[in-house]
Each structure stands twice: as structure tokens, then as C-alpha cells.
Design a protein around this ligand. Structure first.
Ligand SMILES: [Zn+2]
Ligand SMILES: [Zn+2]
Length: 281
């Protein structure tokens, strides 16, 4: 099974494998650059080489990347939109260097230009990125959002609208986040509601588009539209529903990745991983 966490790359991207080994992760997620800065130093060739060597040695993967939080492809502001496109191109090039199959991206916020304009704007931005990188294999995985403010992508249908508006829609995937989905209004805390929710996902997007599941409990309840991650089993989701995902045979090859708070490193991740593993049948 592919279970892991978002891990630090302090000291170099290759250093994440040591952290993954310490936590017995079989997959994990990283940022390949600071998530709160636009600029990034190029990855050093020797760092990239060490990364590949460590991945081959440990057999851990897939490694998923999460894009910077600053990017907004939904914005009506041309300067920010272009800056976001340039930054996404750089992120995808870095993923490609590291053989990372999926880059998780928050679709963006329409900033009062309206959902329809926002959806079109995101799709147009992704088209530009795809045209600039014809040979990059890494897929952009649009993540479901909590729907905070004017954030786009808080429903499966809105994610599908973005994907369907893209010329090269086969280069896009989706990332499901349990905290975001609950906050967005999706109920999946009983076996029946989980089954119905997955059916709805499959109908709108197709399960084959699913690249990763972020396993986060939520501080806020269903439909709150507030994105606050909580330790597994300590929030509004509770422990048991995580088992519905982990034991779903349709999700057998999907990486399940924690993005829960880390104050005690690696203790917090270790504890949350143990909770996930405790509900695997
Ligand atoms: Zn995210
Ligand atoms: Zn997430």
C-alpha cells in the first residue's frame, strides 16, 4: 500500500528519502521549492543525481509534488496570471527532473470575476503551460478545495469543467483531500455516504484521473468552507472514515498522503501514520 506524508526537503530534495525511511513511508509528497516564495534556485545536478540514486535504493515512490501556494491561474489580474504560468512551468520542469508523476495544484481563485470566468481563466493558463512544455510527462493534479473565499474547484463538477475546457485534458489529474472535501460540503463519514461520494467523483471526473489522496482530518465541520487540517482521528472526520479510503480496492494504487500539522517532527507524522495503518484491513 502507498501510505506516506508530506515531508521536508531541508538539506536537498534527496534528503526526503531518509525521512521517508524513518517513517516507513511507501510514498510521499514534497515541495521542490519554497511554497511561499516565487523564486527558486535551480536544482543542482548532483542533488538530482543523488535523488534518483536514493529513490532507486529505497524503492520508495511515487513521490508527488505540491505546487507553491502563491500561484493563481484563476485571477483576472494579467500580471499575476502570467507570473503564475511562468512559475508553474518552472515547477513542472523541476518535477520532470525528479521523475515526479504528478504536481498537485490548487486551481486558483476567481477574485470576484465569477466562477465561469475563473474556470475559463484556469483552463487557458493550463493550455499555455502545456503548449510551453510539450514533452513534460508530469501531470498537473488539480486539488479539490474547501471553497474558501472565491477559491475554485470546491466541487467535482467545477474541477471537471476546468479539465474539459483544456485542450490537452489528458495531461491533467485530480487530487482528493479529505479535509477540503468535507469542508466543501461532501459527506463521506458513513460507509453509505462514502460509497455515494465516490460514485459522484467517478461520474464527474472518473476514478482513473485520481493521482493522490491527501489524508487530513478537519477542524471544521461539513460545509464550513474553512481549510484547517487536524491530526487523524482528532477532528470532525474521525478515524474510521479514513479506513473507507484505505480499504477501497478501487484506490489500491493511489498514494495516501498526510498533510497533518507537524510541530513534533517526526513524532506527529509517526503518530498519524500509525493511526492510518490501524484502520487498514
Ligand atoms: Zn493543497
Ligand atoms: Zn491537500
Amino acid at each position: 500500500m502507498l501510505i506516506g506524508a508530506h515531508l521536508s526537503t531541508a538539506g536537498g530534495v534527496d534528503k526526503s528519502f531518509k525521512r521517508a525511511e524513518e517513517l516507513d513511508c511507501t510514498a510521499f509528497q514534497i515541495f521542490t521549492k519554497s511554497n511561499r516564495q516565487w523564486r527558486a534556485k535551480d536544482l543542482k545536478p548532483e542533488e538530482v543525481e543523488r535523488y534518483h540514486a536514493r529513490q532507486a535504493e529505497t524503492g520508495i515512490g511515487p513521490v508527488i509534488c505540491h505546487a507553491s501556494y502563491l500561484l493563481n491561474l484563476g485571477t483576472p489580474d494579467d500580471a499575476l496570471w502570467n507570473k503564475s504560468i511562468d512559475a508553474l512551468v518552472v515547477e513542472l520542469e523541476r518535477c520532470e527532473q525528479l521523475n515526479i508523476p504528478a504536481l498537485v495544484l490548487h486551481p486558483g481563485a476567481h477574485v470576484k470575476s465569477g466562477v465561469e470566468a475563473g474556470v475559463a481563466r484556469v483552463a487557458a493558463g493550463l493550455d499555455v503551460v502545456h503548449n510551453r512544455l510539450p514533452d513534460v510527462r508530469c501531470k498537473v493534479a488539480l486539488e479539490i478545495t474547501a471553497g474558501q473565499g472565491t477559491a475554485l474547484g470546491a466541487t467535482f463538477e467545477e474541477l471537471a469543467a476546468i479539465i474539459n475546457a483544456c485542450a490537452q485534458s489528458d495531461r491533467l489529474a485530480v487530487c482528493f483531500d479529505t479535509c477540503h472535501a468535507l469542508a466543501a460540503g461532501y459527506e463521506f463519514r458513513t460507509p453509505e455516504s462514502y460509497a455515494a461520494m465516490i460514485e459522484q467523483f467517478n461520474a464527474a471526473l472518473g476514478l482513473e484521473r485520481l493521482a493522490a489522496v491527501h489524508m487530513n482530518d478537519s477542524q471544521k465541520d461539513v460545509g464550513s468552507h474553512v481549510d484547517r487540517h487536524e491530526h487523524i482521528g482528532e477532528g470532525c472526520i474521525g478515524l474510521e472514515p479514513f479506513g473507507y479510503f484505505l480499504n477501497d480496492p478501487r484506490l489500491a494504487n493511489i498514494p495516501f498522503l498526510l498533510e497533518t500539522p507537524v510541530k513534533d517532527d517526526p513524532g506527529d507524522n509517526r503518530r498519524n501514520l500509525a493511526r492510518l495503518r490501524s484502520v487498514v484491513k
